[in-house]
Design a protein around this ligand. Structure first.
Ligand code: ADP
Ligand code: MG
Length: 391
């Protein structure tokens, strides 16, 4: 068809009405096909001519990219966009020929945090650039999956760390041995004024034992497989007991705790001790993020057949570039942090067949949401209830 149009366009003056009619109808079909292809691609696409004026935009573009009101057609590409950073990037690429032609932008789209990949490709014909193609893709899921894979990999690599830990344990153990021998020697000599000396050695021993203990507890907790003993539990009760336990300390730090617990949550199959550890780690992180005081809202509820527990703080938040790292072992931004708190949280929740979602805005706060599965029986009951509602 393209060949016919090309041929016909060269001898327009020789065409009769019927032939022109056929040409127009073929052109229309061609155009429809192009529109169909563009709208079935699940990406945002805009095309410009060589003067950077938009000549074509598919219907998905607005879904991905906030555009200014009115049609984008005939405007400079960078002037059609709401977001000044994306506009600036496009301007740099097109006008200043910046080599970096793809960039990722975190955006807030109708209350949803997304990451967009924006690329600009030159459209060349006969060795000349005839226009540009703007290609917009929502890579939020892809990024989350990459981060998840990285987490899994780092957890696997943790096992290799056991060798390092054994080494760490060996040194204090060695010095403990030496001091023990010294103690024996002193005792053997039965020296009268040996009390002070003995106490000094014992103190060193104690310090070494404590060091050993913290290394083993912190590090091995993250490395060893968890021994979970799930039993029917009331999550609201677990939360209430834990808040009772920590609220004095939080009060002193100027943090008020608000609980919004949903009474309709069925019993969940949880390891109570581990679940308390999860909540405690999240509360500790929240309180560390609200050094000047703040508000911690702990809520529970049901969503799409799952139980949800969320902890919302109004602390310093997590910068976008660090969000994918916080679950990695040893990742910490705190001087006294071990970077193992969230690794353990992740591990425990995974053991329970659950998921964790994190939403955070720098200087505004963070929300950690635990999504926990219902026990089989409860799930069936809920489905049955839903089915009977459908009838
Ligand atoms: N509620 C929160 N608000 C802000 N940042 C947080 C929050 N929770 C976790 N983080 C970030 O994640 C990092 C890792 O947390 P975690 O694994 O518990 O280790 P640690 O608490 O020892 O630093 C923290 O250092 C902090 O930067
Ligand atoms: Mg922590």
């Amino acid at each position: 068809m393209r060949e016919f149009i090309l041929k016909a366009s060269k001898s327009l003056d020789k065409l009769d009405k019927v032939q022109i009619g056929r040409l127009v109808s073929d052109l229309l079909k061609d155009h429809e096909l192009l529109e169909m292809v563009l709208s079935s691609v699940d990406r945002g696409i805009m095309v410009t001519d060589e003067n950077f004026k938009v000549t074509l935009a598919n219907r998905h573009i607005r879904r991905f990219l906030p555009l200014k009101a009115g049609s984008p057609l005939e405007k400079n590409l960078w002037e059609t966009l709401e977001d000044p950073h994306i506009g600036e990037f496009i301007h740099e690429v097109l006008i200043n020929q910046d080599n970096l032609r793809e960039k990722h932008f975190p955006l807030d789209l109708q209350g949803r945090s997304i990451i967009l990949s924006i690329s600009i490709l030159p459209l060349a014909k006969d060795g000349r650039v005839r226009g540009n193609l703007l290609y917009v893709e929502d890579i939020t899921q892809k990024k989350a999956e990459e981060a998840r894979m990285r987490r899994v990999e780092s957890i696997v690599s943790l096992t290799t760390l056991t060798a390092g830990i054994a080494h760490e344990i060996k040194n204090p153990l060695g010095s403990m041995g030496i001091y023990l021998q010294l103690m024996q020697k002193v005792l053997n000599q039965h020296c009268g004024g040996c009390k002070e000396e003995l106490l000094g050695y014992l103190e060193v021993l104690n310090e070494e034992v404590e060091r050993l203990n913290s290394i083993v507890v912190d590090y091995l907790f993250a490395v060893k497989p968890l021994d979970t003993n799930p039993e029917p539990c009331k999550i609201n009760q677990i939360i209430e007991e834990l808040v009772e336990f920590v609220h004095v300390e939080l009060d002193q730090q100027g943090i008020s705790v608000v609980m919004k617990l949903d009474d309709n949550i069925p019993q969940l199959s949880l390891d109570e001790k581990l679940m308390k550890q999860v909540l405690l780690n999240l509360i500790k992180n929240a309180s560390a993020a609200m050094e000047q005081g703040g508000r911690l809202v702990i809520s529970t509820g049901m969503h799409e057949g799952h139980a949800m527990v969320s902890l919302k703080d109004n602390g310093k938040g997590i910068p976008d570039e660090l969000k994918s790292k916080i679950f990695e072992p040893y990742f910490t931004t705190r001087d006294t942090g071990t970077g193992l708190g969230l690794t353990l949280v992740y591990k425990i929740i995974k053991e329970h067949g659950g998921e964790i979602e994190v939403k955070s805005k720098e200087n505004r706060g963070s929300t950690f949401t635990l999504i926990l599965p219902l026990p089989q029986k409860q799930r069936k009951l809920i489905t049955q209830r839903e089915e009977s509602i459908d009838l």
